[in-house]
Design a protein around this ligand. Structure first.
Ligand SMILES: Cc1cc2nc3c(=O)[nH]c(=O)nc-3n(C[C@H](O)[C@H](O)[C@H](O)COP(=O)(O)O)c2cc1C
Length: 153
């Protein structure tokens, strides 16, 4: 199987950049991938088993376009993991943690299976870039997919 749909929403390019790097990494590990832009309304074109969503938080929530994309997606029975770019610290009142957890609940209510904890990619300022070491953080997510029985079955 190992068919992964990588979708990204991005205003300043940070989530897009992370999604692109992640796509290359998964391909090099033998996964079949599709990379689609939520902002450009791109749709998945073939089979996929696992959805990885790259998205920023803004105003204390995962941005609306991402939430709408997930709401409309036919995804019952599929795996998922979230990669969230954010400017605030994880213990700040605009922290990405609560909205991310809320979105995960919605996705499981849609019949999806979470295959990895959320990956948080902090950006240095609103426009970026991502903080040093983000490539390693993305690599850890790729490692966990390689080791996930649900993903590689
Ligand atoms: C209007 C606005 C509101 C934002 N609100 C938050 C927020 O509530 N919490 C947070 O952690 N980061 C916030 N940020 C920072 C964004 O998360 C950051 O710009 C984003 O991760 C960059 O990703 P992108 O380049 O893919 O758009 C905000 C940024 C903007 C411009």
């Amino acid at each position: 199987m190992k068919n992964v749909l990588i979708s990204y929403m991005s205003y300043f390019g940070n989530s897009r950049k992370c999604a692109g790097l992640f796509d290359e990494d998964l391909k090099s590990r033998g996964f079949e991938t599709q990379l689609i832009s939520i902002k450009d309304n791109e749709k998945p074109s073939g089979e996929w088993d696992t959805l990885i969503v790259f998205s920023p938080v803004r105003m204390g929530n995962v941005v609306g376009k991402t939430r709408k994309f997930i709401r409309k997606l036919d995804c019952s029975g599929k795996n998922f993991a979230l990669v969230i770019s954010h400017g605030a610290d994880l213990d700040h009142r605009f922290s990405p943690v609560k909205p991310t957890e809320k979105l995960q609940v919605r996705m499981t209510e849609k019949g999806m299976l979470k295959v990895a904890d959320p990956t948080y990619i902090k950006v240095v300022s609103n426009e970026g870039p991502p903080v040093e070491g983000f490539e390693d953080t993305l690599g850890e997510l790729a490692d966990s997919l390689v080791n996930s029985p649900a993903v590689i079955r």
